[in-house]
Each structure stands twice: as structure tokens, then as C-alpha cells.
Design a protein around this ligand. Sequence first.
Ligand code: FAD
Length: 308
Amino acid sequence: MEKRLKEGLEELAENPVQWGCQLAPFTSFGIGGPADALVQVESGEELNNLLNFFVDNSLAWQFIGRGSNLLVSDSGFSGVVLLFGKALSQIEILSDAKSVDIRVRVGAGCSLARLLNWCTDNSYSGLEFAVGIPGSLGGAVVMNGGAWGGEIADIIDSISVLSYHSGAEHLERSELDFRYRVWGNQGTGEKKRIVLSADICLKPGKKEDIQRECREYLAQRKVKQPKGTRNAGSFFKNPEGDSAGRLIEASGLKGKSCGGAMVSPVHANFLVNTGEATAKDVYKLMDIVIRQVKKDSGVHLFPEVHFL
Ligand SMILES: Cc1cc2nc3c(=O)[nH]c(=O)nc-3n(C[C@H](O)[C@H](O)[C@H](O)COP(=O)(O)OP(=O)(O)OC[C@H]3O[C@@H](n4cnc5c(N)ncnc54)[C@H](O)[C@@H]3O)c2cc1C
């Protein structure tokens, strides 16, 4: 990056810019090369200034949450990677009428785990389905993350977003096109919306009930999902009326490996990093799985994981 741009970025960023920052530690896969720069953003205003700077200077940028649904290439990212710091991870009660919905504003950088702990401590029910999902609230909005028949769209009231094209916007639930593991109107390029916060609706509950439900879900995850290897959760989206894991298993691919990447012997829809996997290993394995499943069952699998 040119010296002029480096100086401009350092001037705009509240936190120290991390130059040549390895991205692998920022992902659950533990895979990926360096970004030219990484900036931990602390406010909407800072983000707005940065987006303007990137567009004005034709600088590539990408946003990441907690990297739990992300495969970063071995060559890393030629541009600036943004993520949210503590100031954009706050939890604030908007209304707590006890008998009706409790509305809570949550910074997009807040982890689902922290939010769920907070809900449990306050006996607020509604987020139990998300126990064990290792992402941020912002990532869960973009992915419409879900499990056990629940999804983030069920509890969203509205969201605050920012984009270069439209600036700050507050979008009501009715304006949000949530589908299976996708928020359809996030936009791309200069219109790409970054989620700053979400207002969610919870119900008054009993702490013991919330804890019991979470324990039950976690126990099922423990049995069904691989342990001790790094991964990004379900790698492929489930095709309508079927499960990607069932199709991959039916193709005899459990345990199939490419370099350090392997189709988990525990759950076939988990591609895991057994230790030293490269992104190239995972792409190759993904390709083998897609081809074999297409050949055996005629179904084309699409990745749920995002690529950087
Ligand atoms: C062990 C394991 C289990 C999992 N189980 C589940 C599960 O049961 N259900 C499920 O749905 N998922 C599951 N996942 C996948 C993942 O945790 C979710 O998709 C999660 O919502 C991703 O959030 P993140 O913050 O990690 O997003 P990232 O992986 O960092 O990013 C994903 C995408 O969202 C974008 N993004 C992130 N934050 C923002 C933001 N604030 N504004 C705009 N764009 C943003 C990124 O640019 C990227 O395109 C699992 C993953 C693992 C490793």
C-alpha cells in the first residue's frame, strides 16, 4: 500500500492499524494468509469515514465478524479488513414491560455466547436456539443463523446499518429479506450494508427453563458435531427437503481428506482442519464433495461458508 494511503488510514483509525496481519487467528478454521491491514472499528462515525476513504482511494476492504463462517485464502486479502471492537458490542434494554416483548439493542460485534449469557442472567427467552453458534450478532444477521428450527430472523425487530451508498439506515423487520442462511438485501459493492446493531425481541422466561433448553441443545451438538478440530460449522447449505450431511455420507465421503482438510467422520457436512490444512486443501475437498454428490444424487451443493 502506498505511503500516502497508509498515513491516511492511520489518521482515520481510532485503534492502531495492524499491518500485514495474519487472518488465520481471526477464523474458526484457523486458515488464511495476511491482510494488508486490519482495523478494529469503534464507532459508526469511524466506519463511515473509513468507507469514504476506501471508495475515494479505490482501496479494497472486507468486513469480518468472529470468522466462524469464513474461509480465508492462503494468500490472504489484498486490502483492509475491518472488524468491530468493544464499543460496538454493547447490550442495552429499550423496553422491559415484563408482560410483553422485551426489546433489546445489541451491538453487531457482540458474540452470541455473551448475548445468550446476558439473556439467561436476566431470564429473557428467545435466543436459546443459538447456543453453541460461535458467531457475532452481526454475522448471525447476515447469515440468518439458526438451529433447532429457530433463526435470528425470528427475533429481529429492526437493524441499524451503514453503507457508502446510503449512509446510516434503520431498517424494520418488514424491509429485511431473510431467507435460509441468508439476508437477501445486504447489497454488494458500494451498496454493501454493514450491520451496526440489531433491536431484538425477547420474552420473559424462567432462568431454569432457559438453562435446561440450552443444556439439551448443547448435549445434542456434543454428540453430532466433531470435537478437537477447527471448522466453520456446516460447510454446505442443506438442499430443500434434504440434508447436505446425509448426501455427503451417502456418497461415502466421510473421512475423505485432501492434505490437512477432511470430511469429518462424525458429521459429513463439517469440513475440518485436522491441523495444517491450507485453504487450497479445503477448496479441493469442497470440489470433490460437490462433484461426487452431484454424480451420485444429482443434487448440487452450495457452500454456506463465505470466502475471502
Ligand atoms: C462449531 C460451529 C458450529 C456452528 N453452528 C452453526 C449453527 O448451528 N447455525 C448457524 O447458522 N451457523 C453455525 N455456524 C456458523 C457461524 O457460526 C454462523 O454463520 C455465524 O452467524 C457467523 O458469524 P460470524 O460473526 O462468525 O461471521 P463471519 O464468519 O465473520 O462472517 C460471515 C459473513 O458475514 C459478514 N459479516 C459479519 N459481521 C457482519 C456485520 N456486522 N455487518 C455486515 N456483514 C457482516 C462477513 O463479511 C461474512 O460475509 C457454526 C460454526 C462453527 C464453527
